[in-house]
Design a protein around this ligand. Structure first.
Ligand code: BTN
Length: 368
């Protein structure tokens, strides 16, 4: 039995760098430790970007780039111009060379590859300007036999999907719409808390990178700040006889989007990273770090060493902890106090009569 698209609903001070790069006073610098022969061969544009990123805030001389790329300085200039046409702001100064000044507010594959080039895991990254849904695109690629893991990033989605059949508002405003696909071939039992574990690691990452501590996880799949939704996770899997064959982890994160322009139904309870940080952040850098975090967390889930971490850390990320909540599913409503999660990832609700109810799926709202 293959349940394609089955939703695992129930399981269900560093600071981010600002979009504009700082300007250094020194003339230029020889970036050290760039041993990316592979990158140089496969993707010279990413190699150039990697050199510029390593030297930032200083310049890299045109002659050094020409030497490394084994081309003339005119050739370097034309490659730099190609990158500029893709939206990267690269400054050029005589006697100094080139310096990266700003990255675009949309995904750039060469930049993502440069940012991921030191990562040990080998995986494909696909950047789409628009798609219906990155989760749906991943599903199609899996059906076509695409090698896993692979990551899909889109600048906008026409039909972004959320939990419980809801829409995920996905405008082209510098937000993250990401899906990463895996073929775990593992017992469903092993992956039942996968979304929660990813949520804890992502929340931890966001707190760490922003220096802001009141970013929480609202069971089972919302990333919230001051009670407003900043991101959501959607895990979909195909299962065959209790074996998880394919797994798609989808993440939508409002990064540089202006929530003021969001539809009235979601505007008042949405927020984005730019609201927290006060300035636009580097979208491609954030996306690369998030891809690394998700793949590392998947590897840890598969090696089975996460149950303790999830249980130990849950309380410090649990937005609902101790709050009076209402739960509704299939026409039934319960009110109680949220009391953490059970080992299977279900939400524990302490009812008025003192009984404990385990919630595995459904809509949760906070009661005043
Ligand atoms: C939710 O909060 O209900 C989950 C939202 C998940 C949205 C992301 S955006 C990338 C991926 N593609 C989709 O269609 N949905 C997920």
């Amino acid at each position: 039995m293959l349940l394609a698209g089955w939703t695992l609903d129930w399981i269900g001070i560093k600071f981010f760098s600002m979009a504009e790069y700082p300007k250094g006073r020194r003339k230029n610098i020889k970036p050290k430790g760039i041993h990316s022969d592979y990158l140089l061969k496969k993707n010279p544009s990413s190699f150039v970007l990697k050199m510029l990123l390593s030297a930032s805030p200083y310049y890299v001389s045109g002659s050094l780039l020409a030497e490394k790329l084994n081309m003339s300085r005119v050739g370097v200039w034309s490659r730099i111009n190609k990158l500029r046409k893709q939206g990267l702001v690269i400054e050029a100064t005589q006697n100094r060379g080139y310096r990266i000044a700003k990255e675009p507010d949309y995904f750039n594959l060469s930049l993502i590859k440069a940012l991921l080039s030191d990562y040990k895991d080998d995986f494909k990254v696909i950047v789409l300007d628009k798609t219906d849904s990155t989760n749906s695109e991943a599903e199609r690629l899996l059906a076509n036999g695409e090698k896993t893991p692979f990551a899909i990033l889109a600048n906008m989605q026409r039909n972004g999907r959320g939990r419980l059949g809801k829409e995920w508002h996905s405008p082209k405003e510098g937000n993250l719409y990401l899906s990463i696909a895996f073929r775990p071939e593992a017992d469903l039992e092993k992956l039942r808390t996968f979304t929660l574990f990813q949520g804890v690691r992502l929340c931890n990452f966001l707190r760490d990178q922003t220096g802001i501590d009141d970013i929480y996880l609202k069971w089972p799949n919302d990333l919230v700040w001051k009670g407003k939704k900043m991101g959501g996770m959607l895990t979909e899997a195909s299962i065959d006889f209790e074996q998880v064959k394919t797994l798609i982890f989808g993440l939508g994160l409002n990064i540089n989007g202006n929530c003021e322009s969001y539809p009235s139904g979601i505007k008042s309870h949405s927020t984005s990273l730019v609201n927290l940080c006060g300035e636009k952040v580097r979208l491609n850098e954030v996306a690369s770090k998030i891809i690394k975090t998700i793949i590392l967390t998947y590897n840890d889930s598969m090696s089975g060493k996460f149950e303790d971490e999830l249980q130990n850390k849950w309380a410090s990320f649990d937005f609902l902890k101790g709050k009076k909540v209402e739960f509704s599913a299939q026409g039934n409503k319960f009110t109680g106090k949220a009391d953490g999660i059970d080992c299977d990832g279900s939400l524990r609700l302490k009812l008025r009569n003192g009984r404990m109810k385990k919630i595995t799926a459904g809509e949760i709202s906070i009661k005043k």
